[in-house]
Write a protein that binds this ligand. Structure first.
Ligand code: FE
Ligand code: FE
Ligand code: ZN
Length: 280
């Protein structure tokens, strides 16, 4: 089954997100666990969660992806910023257990000049602090564009992080199509080759979600500016190949394109028309 959705606002709660997803033809969605700038999260409303679970079943929503605030930086040079990231992630993961067996995605962070090696050590420490053996949530490291001193634009860096984590079975990867292209992986001409590299370095079994974004910039630009599907440098054919790739097509796909709900509805419709359901 084609699992397709987009980023939605969490401000009106879980049930509202499920309703919105259904209205735009989605059967999954992504949301920020709190204000993206990292403030306090709204208290969990158990009645809302109960309603959400009910309508999810009805609408065929079986997986959702929570995104940590993108301003968190587990590998900052400043201890208070690292501690804040850890506290926030720990709280997010506790909240995630109200909706068990879902996905939590975060940006590895920026080493801000201390170097990749130290940055990676800090990310490992953070994960070893926040992960709990009883959690049901899978935590995803997002592949990054390599803007500034961002860690995670090379598959090898993500591998190094996972290697250092004690509870590896709780870890996965979210591949962002804009980011990997901006990072220099040629998914336009050689998707198979990129996936082979991913498999060799990380293992495709670790890949749990795809962010579907076109890019405003050419491959290798390290910019991270998302574009609407088919209107950027990746182009519509690339997305057709991605969503239909035998090793990707069962994964959940999330749009983070510059759109309002109507725009997302159009993109979801377009992608559904391109998704091949029958073996030919
Ligand atoms: Fe992200
Ligand atoms: Fe993304
Ligand atoms: Zn991005």
């Amino acid at each position: 089954m084609f699992k397709i959705g987009c980023h939605l606002s969490a401000s009106k709660g879980y049930q509202n997100m499920a309703e919105e997803a259904m209205k735009i033809g989605a059967n999954t969605f992504q949301f920020f666990t709190r204000n993206p700038r990292g403030g306090n999260a709204k208290p969990i409303d158990e009645a809302d969660i109960a309603e959400f679970k009910k309508v999810s079943q009805e609408y065929g929503i079986d997986i959702i992806l929570a995104h940590s605030p993108y301003t968190l930086n587990c590998c900052s040079a400043k201890p208070d910023i690292r501690e804040f990231a850890i506290r926030t992630m720990k709280d997010d993961l506790e909240r995630m257990e109200y909706t068990p067996y879902n996905l939590y995605n975060f940006h590895p962070g920026s080493h801000v000049g201390q170097g990749v090696e130290l940055g990676i050590q800090y990310i490992i420490e953070a994960l070893n602090t926040v992960l709990d053996k009883n959690q049901t949530t899978t935590v995803l490291l997002e592949t990054m564009a390599g803007k500034g001193s961002e860690i995670g634009s090379r598959f090898e860096e993500i591998r190094q992080i996972i290697d250092g984590v004690n509870l590896k079975e709780k870890m996965g990867v979210c591949l962002d199509t804009c980011h990997v292209s901006d990072a220099g992986y040629d998914i336009i001409h050689d998707l198979d080759g990129v996936l082979e590299q991913f498999d060799t370095i990380l293992g495709l079994n670790r890949l749990k979600a795809i962010h579907l974004n076109d890019s405003m910039n050419p491959p290798g630009s390290h910019k991270d500016r998302h574009q609407k599907i088919g209107e950027g440098t990746l182009g519509i054919e690339t997305f057709k190949k991605i969503i239909n790739h035998p090793q990707l097509k069962e994964l959940p796909f999330f749009l983070e394109t510059p759109n309002e709900l109507e725009g997302y509805a159009r993109e979801i419709d377009l992608l559904k028309k391109m998704y091949q359901t029958k073996e030919t």
